[in-house]
Ligand binder design. Structure first.
Ligand code: CTP
Ligand code: CA
Length: 222
């Protein structure tokens, strides 16, 4: 019923959304990850579907049910997400990267469980590939790419730097230190940054935030 109430302003568009955390394996029982629950990305995927788009959701491990009317691809690591996204990139009109992708992974994955010993444990980490930077470098002029940015300080400057460095069209910036924003909450406070604009949205449900992000993308798309 809710689906019928939305404007079908994404009809004919292919949208790819990423959501959730990635998990980077350390040994058969351990991984390194982050606090993303996937709620923002799932809200975006379902809002885009309700607005008429053909939606692919590439999701890290979350506790959420797959959204209705969405083709969901489950992944675990940053490498899996990179492969799932880059494989599907050419067929998309809009890409929204809400996933919290690990920046580093353990350099070696131990085949057996690492046993505890006296003293500290050091784990050598290596960089993962930046998926968004790949997309920005390979995007066609008719594709629109929106990233997210999570900051605890200098949110606007850092987010604008990411927009430029990754050559993408929009960043939805989150300040992790604001109440009602970021991980685990049902609300969000997001500032939408493009090359020539900056708009702070009020504290909204993740669903309303998703709709506002999509409004802005549609308004700015060629
Ligand atoms: N991102 C990505 N691939 C990565 C890391 C991040 O695609 N390996 C994307 C995220 O999905 C998000 C955006 O880049 O849309 C910004 O993520 P964020 O962690 O805020 O920025 P980073 O560029 O990783 O920089 P830092 O963590 O140092 O702030
Ligand atoms: Ca990061």
């Amino acid at each position: 019923i809710e689906k019928a109430l939305y404007p079908k302003d994404l009809c004919g568009k292919n949208v790819l959304v990423t959501a959730g955390p990635t998990q980077e394996k350390m040994d058969p029982v351990r991984y390194i990850s982050n606090h993303s629950t996937g709620k923002m990305g799932y809200a975006l995927a379902s809002v885009c579907a309700m607005r008429g788009a053909k939606v692919t959701l590439v999701s890290g491990k979350t506790a959420l049910a797959h959204p209705l009317f969405v083709d969901t691809v489950d992944v675990v690591s940053a490498k899996d997400m990179y492969e799932a996204v880059t494989e599907r990139f050419a067929g998309q009109d809009i890409i929204i990267k809400a996933a919290a992708v690990a920046d580093y992974r353990p350099k070696e994955v131990a085949q057996e469980k690492i046993k505890k010993k006296d003293g500290a444990l050091s784990v050598e980490m290596e960089r993962t590939d930046d998926i968004l930077a790949y997309l920005g470098a390979h995007k066609r002029p008719d594709q629109y790419i929106c990233g997210f940015s999570m900051e605890t300080e200098h949110m606007l400057e850092n987010s604008r730097a990411k927009l430029e460095r990754k050559k993408i069209d929009m960043i939805a910036a989150n300040n992790l230190k604001q109440d009602g924003a970021g991980f685990g909450t049902d609300t969000n406070i997001v500032t939408l940054i493009t090359k020539n604009s900056e708009e702070e949205l009020p504290k909204l449900s993740k669903q309303d935030t998703a709709n506002r992000i999509v409004d802005e993308i549609i308004r700015r798309m060629k």
